[in-house]
Design a protein around this ligand. Structure first.
Ligand code: DGP
Length: 114
């Protein structure tokens, strides 16, 4: 989508260091980090929200969690704990309408999230 921030980042139209990239997804650091480590795992296909997932997307969503686990091991927070969260809809806090998974680590997490 031409006016989507994450599509623009993927195409190189907005600068952002890609921490990881493969054919299906890429990972960047959140511009407004909510934890010492705050990464965004972003499927490349422009899927607006979790509700818009199609059957063909499901293998990629599985890969999101594989990449999250790999990053946890690479960055050394696999034992201290980490949170993977997706906001679906404005009422849940979604502000960028291109599906993305927040990977947060490096501090104690509260439950329930606010
Ligand atoms: P959400 O509120 O769940 O839709 O999360 C969107 C996140 O995207 C938010 O935490 C801030 C981040 N973000 C928005 N614009 C940019 C950007 O241009 N670059 C980067 N790195 N992150 C962005």
């Amino acid at each position: 989508m031409s006016d989507c921030i994450f599509c623009k980042i993927d195409r190189g139209g907005i600068p952002a260091e890609k921490v990881h990239e493969d054919g299906d997804l890429f990972v960047i650091r959140d511009i407004n980090p909510q934890a010492p480590t705050h990464l965004l795992i972003i499927p490349k296909r422009h899927i607006p929200t979790l509700l818009d997932l199609e059957d063909a997307d499901l293998p990629v969503i599985g890969r999101v969690y594989d990449v999250a686990n790999r990053l946890a091991r690479e960055h050394g927070f696999e034992k201290s704990g980490y949170r993977v969260v997706v906001n679906c809809g404005a009422g849940a806090g979604q502000s960028v309408f291109h599906i993305h998974y927040h990977l947060l680590a490096g501090r104690a997490m509260k439950w329930p999230p606010g």
